[in-house]
Design a binder for this molecule. Structure first.
Ligand code: ADP
Length: 655
């Protein structure tokens, strides 16, 4: 193929414009990005070679080489990984494929300064090279292709790039950066070594640099800090040294790893630029042996709600990278966890299908689930400072102090996903129930656990009361809560869309049943005194004829009409039968386009309310009955079946 010119995809051109026209606070990340691509390319080769050993050709030692030429003003990153065909070079280097870079483009604000800062944290893959280079040449050959099928890709980082066929004997890719005048610093062994140490120490692949020597023959070790500070006059020796630790982070003992290294590793594998909330790192021994390094991110990704999203676990077998997103290693409700599992038992050629069936994988999955739950329990335990005593806070260890407020942070981001586990992982139901948090009628923040609630229960109270609603305001002001407020009984407010569904799986906590305040007949058991019960019975008797009339008037809308003592200020409310589907859930199903049974609620009226008292003799009885019903529906977040009729009725009364 002779030289061809191709235009960049529009997004790439946009990105390149930003990269080449901005000043960076953090230029050096280009090297991290290119080394990470080189390392990915080696992982890919290793993986393909499992079924085709010939791909290694005569160079089985995978590695990355860094070299520079001060005279030519170039810096070259070479790997002997998978390489690219001409078509791959055109596709992969001319368009943005990966979601990481795409996400970045979608986050661009148009403000050059803040966008440039984003690049500094994020990196934009291959294109980061243009931060320091005004021209990039890529020479590559796909593993398994012939030397005549080499490819040269060249671009000045503006609208287009050129591709042509070349002869290239070595497999893999060289990225040759033609350094900008102001970036010539990077053609310096010490500087490169420093950056590699900072970002790429844990890459499980050796990164090599050629030893330099003074012209008189004295060797300069690239590991020696001083080397880079000497004036020029050095020559290359043809000897290469490994400049990174090249040991996979998770294989090192915990005590040798700093928090910063853990956080850096997380950023590398997750492509998140925020530090993780917490992590756990363990070697598990027993019938299955593996190492797990699992992280909980600080922020939920945008696609958290996509249940098809793959888990963020990378699978290694004896330090050989096998696959990304190994969904079999983590249940779906923990899909936000990122990390690495390195198994000593699985075969290297394990496929996704095999993973689903493997007994070892099942054990690993259970082990990882337990670990994540323990990690969350630990955060939850230390979330709040022991009640209001400064002395006690002082006694907290630094480690515990760091955990204050962490669980609340986690829960705000991932709590709703965690709840999916209630219906998915029955084996851990009890543990998951303890991790739930809700707002309540007495606590506005989502911080009340079932255990907290139980500890505050009234003498004689024998249920955990809750209400579900669309919003916190709707829940808090719901008529059903009135008598609970009056009696000072706490009610949990559940406002997550998954709550209704999740509650199908949680009926009790630690022996105390959960009771919806909007379901079933009103019965506070021992919390009501004899006098109140008597008054309720009397009211039911007195109102009997009127209730019959109401029932007749509303026979299409209400299953039944009865008096209640659960209301204080409101004239009426709607409830459903104990085993009925809540109105809230029925609405949600309808909104989601699913078939839901028609729920006919029970209308409950407050015999103490003036409106109800007046109802009986009124000439507007029929209209008032319907208004009462529709208002009760509105109060709990529903919508009258015929809104126009409701408005007409109210207006008729108003005028
Ligand atoms: P990302 O790494 O996020 O996919 P990049 O812009 O860094 O995005 O790279 C785009 C694609 O180019 C990669 O996914 C890969 O297919 C290809 N690529 C980049 N560098 C190399 C390399 N050194 N060897 C082989 N392929 C590469």
């Amino acid at each position: 193929m002779s030289k061809q010119t191709h235009a960049f995809q529009a997004e790439v051109a946009q990105l390149l414009h930003l990269v080449t026209h901005s000043l960076y606070s953090n230029q050096e990340i280009f090297l991290r990005e290119l080394i990470s691509n080189a390392s990915d390319a080696c992982d890919k080769l290793r993986f393909e070679a499992l079924n085709n050993n010939g791909l290694y050709e005569d160079a089985p030692e995978l590695q990355v080489r860094l070299s520079f030429d001060k005279t030519a003003k170039t810096l070259t990153i070479t790997d002997n990984g998978i390489g690219m065909t001409a078509q791959e070079a055109i596709d992969h280097l001319g368009t943005i494929a990966k979601s990481g870079t795409k996400d970045f483009v979608s986050k661009l604000s148009g403000d050059q300064k803040s966008d440039a800062q984003l690049i500094g944290q994020f990196g934009v893959g291959f294109y980061s090279g243009f931060i320091v280079a005004d021209k990039i040449t890529v020479e590559t050959r796909r593993a398994g292709a012939t030397p005549a099928e080499g490819v040269r890709w060249v671009s000045g980082g503006t609208g287009d790039f050129e591709v042509e066929t070349i002869t290239r004997t070595e497999r893999g890719t060289s990225v040759i950066l033609h350094l900008r005048e102001e970036a010539l610093d990077y053609a310096n062994a010490w500087k490169l070594k420093e950056i590699v140490g900072k970002y790429s120490d844990h890459i499980s692949l050796p990164i090599l640099m050629e030893k330099e020597a003074w012209q008189d023959g004295e060797l300069i070790d690239p590991n020696d800090e001083k080397a880079g500070r000497q004036p020029g006059g050095m020559v290359k020796t043809g000897e290469w040294d490994t400049v990174n630790k090249a040991s996979a982070l998770w294989t090192r003992p915990k005590k040798d790893i700093t928090d910063e290294q853990y956080a850096d590793f997380y950023k590398q594998i997750s492509r998140d630029f925020e530090a993780p909330l917490t992590w756990t790192h363990n070697r598990v021994e027993g019938s299955t042996e593996y190492t797990q390094l699992l992280y909980i991110p600080s922020k939920a990704p945008q696609d958290l709600w996509n249940r098809d999203k793959k888990a963020g676990i990378k699978l290694y077998v004896k330090r050989v990278f096998i696959m990304d997103d190994a969904e079999a290693l983590m249940p779906s409700y923990l899909r936000f966890v990122k990390g690495v599992v390195d198994s000593a038992d699985l075969p290297l050629n394990v496929s996704r299908e095999l993973l689903q069936e493997s007994r070892d994988v099942k054990a690993i999955r259970e082990g990882c689930t337990k670990r994540v739950l323990s990690m969350l329990e630990d955060l939850a335990k230390h979330d709040k400072a022991p009640e209001a005593s400064e002395e006690v806070t002082d006694v907290l260890s630094d480690e515990d102090k760091a955990k204050l407020g962490q669980y609340s942070k986690f829960y705000a981001e991932f709590g709703a996903v965690l709840k999916e586990g209630l219906g998915e992982d029955f084996g851990n139901l009890a543990r998951l129930s303890k991790l739930l948090r809700f707002a309540s009628s007495t606590h506005d923040t989502v911080s009340v656990s079932f255990a907290d609630y139980k500890a505050r229960m009234k003498e004689g109270q024998d249920a955990i009361y809750y209400i579900t609603a669309d919003t916190l305001a709707a829940a808090k002001n719901s008529p059903q809560l009135e008598v609970f407020k009056k009696k000072g009984i706490e009610v949990l407010l559940m406002t997550d869309r998954v709550d209704e569904w999740a509650l199908n799986f949680v009926h009790e906590f630690d022996g105390t049943p959960l009771q919806s305040v909007a379901k079933g007949a009103f019965d506070l058991g021992k919390l009501q005194d004899e006098e109140e019960k008597k008054a309720a019975e009397d009211a039911a008797e007195t109102f009997k004829p009127m209730l019959a009339k109401l029932k007749e008037a509303l026979k299409d809308k209400a299953e039944d009409v009865r008096v209640t003592s659960r209301l204080v200020d409101s004239p009426a409310c709607l409830v459903v039968t104990d085993d009925g589907m809540s109105m809230q859930l029925a609405r949600m199903l309808k909104q989601a386009g699913q078939s839901a049974p028609e729920v006919k609620p029970v209308l409950e009226v407050n015999p103490e309310h003036p409106l109800v008292k007046k109802l009986d003799g009124s000439v507007h009885f029929h209209d008032l009955a319907h208004i009462l019903f529709d208002q009760a529906l509105l109060a709990e977040g529903g919508m009258p079946a015929d809104p126009a009729a409701y408005v007409t009725r109210v207006n008729a009364l108003l005028s």
